[in-house]
Design a protein around this ligand. Structure first.
Ligand code: MLT
Ligand code: ZN
Length: 431
């Protein structure tokens, strides 16, 4: 098998040395660590197809990886599986007239932004891991990020796709425009399939004009409820690009870890971005030039990194219906503390569309009861157990709380149609 893979991609692109493979064995959170025996890095779509065919012939499961920034163990391999690292797929073309990019799976979101900006354009998905997360990975996970409130998730940006099925056959559909109404929309189906249906090798992505200007405001509030009310109102403004919530303990931790100057003290903060300074509150910190924009965003974007310094984090990324948001945010620390008195609970999120990132530190990595407690609290309030990070292995056990038996039966039939031998990312999305 190893020599067959080496014949396809070249010996230097097949790794078995633990010094190299170790980074592929774990999830970004450090909570989930598996075993990466073999990491193969194909450089073309043809090589991906040949690798898949070789693995299929040997009945060896494949775990696709991009930037490996999954927060739900969506790409953690087990012994006997082959990691297919797709980062060498670096094709990147921008058509400024059609406002479309064709990007290989390995292109980072940051590189896509930079290429689009040369033509006065941008990609609507943006997230803190932009310089690591890849086009392929963000499609597989249907990544959300910071601008969903205005532009939708990754799925909404997808015009076309190139993919390799588990048996090595290739499927491509690249119409080049939004108005294509010709049957099952494979890009939509592969978005969020978490590597269980196919290996995404390239995508055709919709681009939008660069913002005319960037206006970022950071405003403090005396209570969570006041911030949520203001965030909901801000999200209703069609010009707003991002509406993010932070709480005082998280902002203080970010300042301690990063050395950023603390903003004026408040119980909760809203960070909003829009292209116009109209309607900004008098008491907000406002950034108009690029350095200040980056600095204000750092309070929010550096939360994950700051919390990670406290140890492996339980990440429970959820959405609540708007009327339940403030109550959930207020209640969840008590729900956790009742069972885990020493745990740290860190709350922040894309509040403009109901997202809350519940991060819990100081709990054993293998503890599943914490997830059960929090996810049931979410479902009791008619929320969903994954807002944007996906299901992975981490939440597969709880999928039945939000998807009906009829839906799950259909999931299994779709999986069987694409991957009848169950070779792609086993254990992900299904308990
Ligand atoms: C974020 O919004 O910062 C990311 O989803 C990462 C995280 O949840 O920590
Ligand atoms: Zn997020």
């Amino acid at each position: 098998m190893l020599s067959e893979l080496a014949a396809i991609v070249g010996a230097s692109h097949v790794a078995t040395d633990p010094d190299i493979t170790a980074a592929h064995a774990r999830d970004w959170t450090g909570r989930f660590v598996g075993t990466a025996d073999v990491v193969v890095s194909p450089g073309t779509d043809e090589e991906v197809a040949a690798v898949a065919a070789a693995c299929a012939a040997a009945r060896t499961p494949m775990v696709p990886q991009g930037g490996n920034t999954s927060l739900v163990a969506g790409a953690v391999p087990e012994a006997g599986q082959v990691v297919v690292d797709l980062r060498r797929l670096q094709r990147l073309e921008v058509d400024p007239v059609a406002r479309v990019a064709v990007a290989g799976a390995g292109v980072t979101i940051g590189a896509l932004h930079r290429a689009a900006a040369e033509h006065g354009l941008r990609y609507a998905v943006d997230l803190a891991s932009r310089d690591t997360a890849t086009v392929g990975g963000t499609i597989a996970t249907n990544a959300g990020g910071l601008r969903v409130v205005r532009h939708g998730m990754t799925r909404a940006q997808l015009l076309g796709i190139g993919a390799v099925l588990a048996d090595g056959s290739r499927v491509e559909h690249r119409p080049g425009f939004v108005r294509d109404n010709t049957g099952y929309h494979l890009p939509s189906l592969l978005a969020g399939s978490e590597g269980t249906l196919a290996l995404v090798t390239s995508a055709q992505l919709r681009l939008i004009p660069l913002m005319a200007g960037r206006v970022v405001a950071l405003q403090g509030f005396p209570s969570i409820e006041a911030a949520v009310v203001a965030g909901t109102a801000a999200a209703a403004d069609g010009r707003v690009e991002a509406v993010e919530l932070m709480l005082r303990p998280g902002v203080e931790l970010v300042c301690t870890v990063t050395g950023l100057a603390p903003p004026p003290a408040a119980a909760a903060y809203l960070l909003t971005e829009s292209s116009s300074p109209d309607g900004l509150p008098d008491d907000a910190l406002v950034a108009l030039d690029p350095a200040d924009v980056t600095r204000l965003w750092s309070y929010r974007e550096r939360h994950a990194e700051a919390i990670a310094t406290l140890g492996p984090t339980h990440k429970l990324d959820v959405t609540l219906p708007q009327p339940m948001l403030a109550e959930f945010l207020t209640a969840v620390p008590g729900v956790v503390a009742a069972a885990y008195p020493d745990a740290g609970v860190w709350l922040y999120g894309h509040v403009g569309d109901g997202n809350v990132h519940v991060n819990v530190t100081g709990v054993d990595s293998g503890d599943e009861e914490l997830s059960d407690l929090v996810l049931r609290a979410v479902v009791d309030r008619r929320g969903t157990i994954s807002s944007e990070h996906g299901v992975g292995r981490a939440k597969a056990r709880w999928l039945h709380l939000v998807r009906s038996p009829a839906e799950l039966a259909l999931f299994h039939r779709i999986k069987a149609a694409f991957d009848p031998d169950g070779l792609l990312n086993p254990g992900v999305l299904s308990a």
